[in-house]
Design a protein around this ligand. Structure first.
Ligand code: C5P
Length: 295
């Protein structure tokens, strides 16, 4: 469950890391946004947002990556709250807490996941239910990754991020996420991309096991990895380090980077691999978990 409201605690929502298992850039629209084809899943690694009724909207961040967030005024969570008030006519405020566990500007949708969690949490706090189309429009206006994070389920994403088709059941895989400590600008990565476009390659069948999923993913790629590695060569080093871990099935960058991921047959293998990676690269953010099949 993404949401919980223990009798003793505040209303809370998890903002889980999104992982692009593959990401093809399939075209470019007249407005400059890129058309994508991507299999997006969610990991059980998350920021935690809390919500309490208040007169005004306030956002307070804590946790290891709080200092990297933009000032509260132009925070995506704040804009999500303002936007939800605008489409629902809500006049109350909310004190929103973000326990920032995910690295910022890192290809796992931290800001988008927070904005989506804010929408979910505030709808519960204020007991409001905007029209689905208005909510979808607000989510997309906040960021191309916000709609997928709002749903929180494995999907094939197309368009610029607004078209979401449920993925077939995916096998439970062990997962390691690694970020070498560099923040990458998404617009800059898209700008640096050159070459042609890839074709969309969604699949209908359910991969029976992690090895099959990894084999299918190997036929696909992350088209944003070359420009991101050009900007930050340490990303290539991160992928190489993940690819060298014992038991690894696939190592790749997520989104526009710099966070990379590796898939393993099971969680214990992933946990062992994460331990050796932390030992080798003490400064890197390394997390282990599983891909969750539902929110
Ligand atoms: O929508 P979001 O703010 O996450 O996107 C950041 C930037 O990434 C956009 O301004 C755009 O330059 C680029 N982008 C893109 N095509 C997408 C998503 C993002 O070109 N589908």
């Amino acid at each position: 469950m993404a949401a919980d409201r223990p009798s003793t605690g505040p209303l809370a929502e998890r903002a889980r890391a999104k992982v692009n298992l593959y990401l093809h850039v399939t075209g470019r629209r007249a407005d400059g946004y890129h058309e994508l084809d991507s299999l997006v899943v969610f990991a059980d690694v998350a920021d935690r947002l809390t919500f309490a009724l208040a007169d005004d909207i306030s956002v307070h961040a804590s946790g290891p990556f709080a200092a990297m967030l933009p000032p509260a005024g132009d925070n995506l969570v704040r804009r999500a709250a303002d936007g939800l008030r605008a489409i629902t006519g809500e006049t109350r405020g909310a004190a929103i807490g973000i326990d920032k566990q995910l690295p910022v500007a890192s290809g796992i949708g931290g800001g988008s996941a927070d904005a989506a969690a804010a929408l979910r949490g505030l709808m519960r706090l204020w007991q409001v239910a905007p029209a689905p189309e208005a909510l979808a429009e607000l989510a997309l206006a906040l960021g191309a990754d916000v709609p997928v994070c709002l749903g929180g389920r494995p999907v094939f994403l197309t368009g610029v991020g607004e078209t979401l088709v449920p993925a077939p059941p995916l096998p439970r895989c062990g997962l390691v996420l690694a970020n070498p400590g560099v923040a990458v600008s998404t617009p800059e990565v898209f700008r640096r991309r050159d070459g042609g476009y890839s074709r969309p390659m969604p699949f209908d069948a359910a991969p029976p096991d992690p090895a099959t999923l990894a084999a299918w993913l190997r036929d696909r790629r992350n088209d944003l990895a070359p420009p991101a590695q050009h900007l930050e060569p340490v990303i290539a080093e991160t992928i190489d380090a993940l690819a060298a871990l014992p038991g690894v099935l696939l190592a790749r960058m997520s989104g526009s980077g710099a966070t990379c991921f590796a898939l393993f047959a099971d969680e214990p293998t992933a946990a062992d691999a994460a331990r050796s990676l932390r030992h080798l690269h003490t400064g890197w953010w390394v997390e282990t978990g599983v891909i969750e099949s539902a929110s």
